[in-house]
Ligand binder design. Structure first.
Ligand code: ADP
Ligand code: MG
Length: 256
């Protein structure tokens, strides 16, 4: 394995799960994704860092096809991202996404929030979906709240439910876009703990976060973005000890 293949685009020792090649996207005159190339291997945890406005959310949204791209390709587990319709719904089910805002269904119980996708999209029987929801809620430490409604839970609890809801679809990849940024500080740890657990269990994860502790603990690789470009890809050890680019040094200087 050459250093280049591991560093630049992917970890050649892993089977590719998410392959992003030559992706470009504009918003009007703003070139928000500039020739993005990145391969995320099965079971790999990639943390995406970068200043506000650098294109991190747009990249996540493009992976889930919540944003269109103008050129390039994105594939998940060997399948190109479909444009629309049923194949797109299927693909979205394979790519779990957890946002800064928890986006739970306010008028549904916690349990129903978790079972809705499996019943509607995966066509599971309610009893089977309920059983799975119980075990997932246990895994994220929310089993006692299953019959409550989102507003009765703290932000940290709601975000853990959002993670359980994504996991209920048996996703191949989980995307996290600043999952702890809207939380009170005392609740950040409980959400990160769930994510660290997922990483240890071998989930393929792409995580946009400013939580450097998480990056150090859980990331296989760190991707640093600035101005729509991937500027640097490195292991967390390399990146934090010895960022190669001026822009990364500047970024770390501001946040650490
Ligand atoms: P990040 O997540 O790294 O903060 P974003 O991907 O959200 O960055 O945004 C990248 C750039 O694209 C920013 O300049 C932002 O203002 C702009 N942008 C994001 N979404 C839109 C949109 N829907 N329309 C126009 N500009 C957008
Ligand atoms: Mg963002």
């Amino acid at each position: 394995m050459s250093e280049t293949s591991r560093d630049r685009t992917g970890d050649a020792t892993r089977e590719p799960m998410v392959v992003i090649e030559g992706v470009n996207k504009h918003f009007g005159d703003l070139h928000v994704l500039r020739d993005i190339n990145l391969t995320v291997g099965r079971g790999e945890v990639v943390v995406v860092l970068g200043p506000s406005g650098s294109g991190k959310s747009t990249l996540c949204r493009a992976i889930n096809r919540l944003e269109t791209i103008e050129s390039g390709t994105i594939s998940i587990d060997g399948k190109a991202l479909p444009e629309e319709g049923k194949p797109l719904a299927q693909l979205r089910a394979d790519v779990g996404m957890v946002f800064q805002s928890f986006n739970l269904f306010a008028h549904k119980s916690i349990r129903d929030n978790v079972t809705l996708g499996p019943v509607k999209v995966r066509k599971q029987k309610k009893a089977q979906a309920d059983e799975k929801a119980t075990s997932l809620l246990k895994r994220v430490g929310i089993e006692a709240q299953a019959d409550k409604y989102p507003a009765q839970l703290s932000g940290g609890q709601q975000q853990r439910v959002a993670i359980a809801r994504s996991l209920a679809m048996d996703p191949k990849v989980m995307l996290f876009d600043e999952p702890t940024s809207a939380l009170d500080p005392e609740m950040v740890g409980e959400v990160l703990d769930v994510m660290v657990g997922l990483a240890k269990e071998g989930m393929t994860m792409i995580v946009v976060t400013h939580e450097m502790g998480f990056a150090r603990k859980a990331a296989d690789r760190v991707v640093f973005m600035d101005n729509g470009q991937i500027v640097e890809v490195a292991t967390p050890e390399e990146f934090f000890a010895n960022p190669r680019s001026e822009r990364a040094r500047d970024f770390l200087g501001k946040i650490l």
